[in-house]
Write a protein that binds this ligand. Sequence first.
Ligand SMILES: C[S@@+](CC[C@H](N)C(=O)[O-])C[C@H]1O[C@@H](n2cnc3c(N)ncnc32)[C@H](O)[C@@H]1O
Length: 307
Amino acid sequence: MQSLLSGILRAATMACIAGFANVALAADSGVPYVPTPQVVVDRMLQMARITPQDYVIDLGSGDGRIVVTAARQFGARGFGVDLNPVRIKDSVENAARAGVSDRVSFYQRNLFDTDFSEATVITMYLLPRVNLDLRPKILDLKPGTRIVSHDFSMDEWRADETANLEVADKYGGNGGPGTSTIYFWVVPARVIGPWQWQATVAGKPQTYEMVLEQNFQVIGGVVKIGGRTVKLQDAKLRGEQISGNFTADVNGILLKHDFTGRVTGGSIEGSIKLTGTRTQGQYEWNAMRAAKTGQSGGDVRFAGASR
Ligand SMILES: C[S@@+](CC[C@H](N)C(=O)[O-])C[C@H]1O[C@@H](n2cnc3c(N)ncnc32)[C@H](O)[C@@H]1O
């Protein structure tokens, strides 16, 4: 509730500032032009850990400062889209002044009609409602794509990291000091449902079934082995990387299984470390998505995603 209220307040503040400054409103999304202070831009790009391999797309790019900074300071490539032709003209000039015109482009385009699947990093300074409208498309991006939003969250898709910055000139001479919040997410792989793998443990072949529940990047679940079901502990998902542990009785030996792997579509590849009182070992982990039976897939809460 508190974040909802602060979202509404921030939205109202942005709209007020925009009106005060007589700034053009983008008709169909209602998001005014309010540039992100440079100190916040720098922090957003640091949080996204931008490298020269990145392709940064700013949705509603204003004067282009985020994409231009990503290119100038980090050697990234990318593009920005904005509805307002004046912003596009300014962005093209800013890119030329920064000497990065060969690495960035700006298009006068509605962000909702923009294909941003090429992005490794998406940046946004929009409004809560617009973030939520974009969320299904963002969750459909390649797992591991990083998202940074200035001031506005994605509701129940909790950020992986947040930062608050005191900003001396929050609204570019129109409002004095203020606080900026930066939200950072990594698009999670879709892992919900049952997975299976085989391994030879304590001299005998074993079949494991892991049934995962998923709420965005938050995962949990159980593992079934030898007719018993045990709970996953410390299960984590960051982009395509999955890890966690479970302790199960395998052929009469109590073994802790620490798993770590990479999810690609219908398979997970990684390793599982085994630790028992008198036993230690490791095996390659090759799990495959199993066909769903009955309710074993759990309640799908990958909200908004069409995959
Ligand atoms: C708050 S400003 C942010 C500018 C820039 N991203 C920054 O952080 O400095 C939002 C920008 O989004 C643009 N915008 C609003 N709705 C849009 C839409 N549907 N498609 C493209 N751009 C849009 C506005 O024209 C404005 O320049």
